[in-house]
Design a protein around this ligand. Sequence first.
Ligand SMILES: [Fe+2]
Length: 402
Amino acid sequence: MTLADRMLTPHERAARLGADQLRQLVGLVDHDDAADPFPVVGVDAVVFACGNATQSAQYFVATWGMTLVAYAGPETGSRDHKSFVLEAGSVRFVLEGAVDPASPLADHHRRHGDGVTDLALEVLDVDRCVAHARAHGATVLLEPHDEADEFGVVRVAALATYGSTRHTLVDRSRYDGPYRPGFVARRSGFVSRPGVPVPLFQALDHAVGNVEMGRMDHWVRFYNEVMGFTNMAEFVGDDIATEYSALMSKVVANGNHRVKFPLNEPAVGRRRSQIDEYLQFYGEPGCQHLALATADILGAVDALRAAGVEFLDTPDAYYDDPQLRARIGAVRVPVDDLKRRGVLVDRDEDGYLLQIFTKPLGDRPTVFFELIERHGSLGFGKGNFRALFESIEREQAARGNL
Ligand SMILES: [Fe+2]
């Protein structure tokens, strides 16, 4: 096994991802875990609370090309709620919905709508991470404990982060089951459409948190001190302001850069910013968007559009702007192919990236997805912020929330 291959998780190996591919997809870097006070392997799962997890699971399978792999519900002894575990490449989603009206999930959904409850992290040593987190002021929601079944043992704990979002910490090195104890393997009967690339995305690139005005630096410090994350990038002032609204953003990342958390806060603008709208409709800080890394953004966008997914519009002027054309230079496809699909381009000193954003996935103007195809650039599309935010503002105005 080469050094590059040792960087891979068993989950990534099972998804047939290579170290070089992950370097390109998500900017994976070498990292010495021995010197890290809180060594994080990667994101273990993104857990969603859903108004109807049964139908959401079908949506992510049929529309987003994910594979159903595990299930827990009343039939398996989980009386209170159903959970569906879906995978695409190394990405794992867990969709949870209340069965019992008294379930806390029902109340969570009433207050927040569909959203992310848990950005679960795979760690090497749960107890060591919790001890470090506690010593640096984190709230421990769940003390370290073992969960076991016939497939082995998973060591689990949980820390609180912004809003009511949590980070479950999982050590699954001694476990061989489909997800976690309490879950059974399950497959969907869905048959994918011919010509649709599966999976449509291979890895999670970043997960963005929206926090209240004035709280961004607090949460940056939280990730610095509690998890040893380092700061990757920050966007303030003119980077990220349109005529009407503004926000500020800083990005923290774990040692190997598999986990990247941009943190946004609203800034004072002439009108209400997209972050204000999110905070109003989610009811508190929470996860705003997930960026899904794909090796083929054009194929993914075509398949998703054909399945009915709606993306933010990009005006033709974006592509016809000679300054933009000069700045982005040569990319792997003709600009007209990007224009036809509304895919945005950004370039920095390391390379370029292609990206596109969906409209909100649920009923509320809260959670959405980004597709990102990196070619060397480790950025977040700073050059596209203005075009992106103006597009979001057109949507906000149509909803009566600008
Ligand atoms: Fe993003």
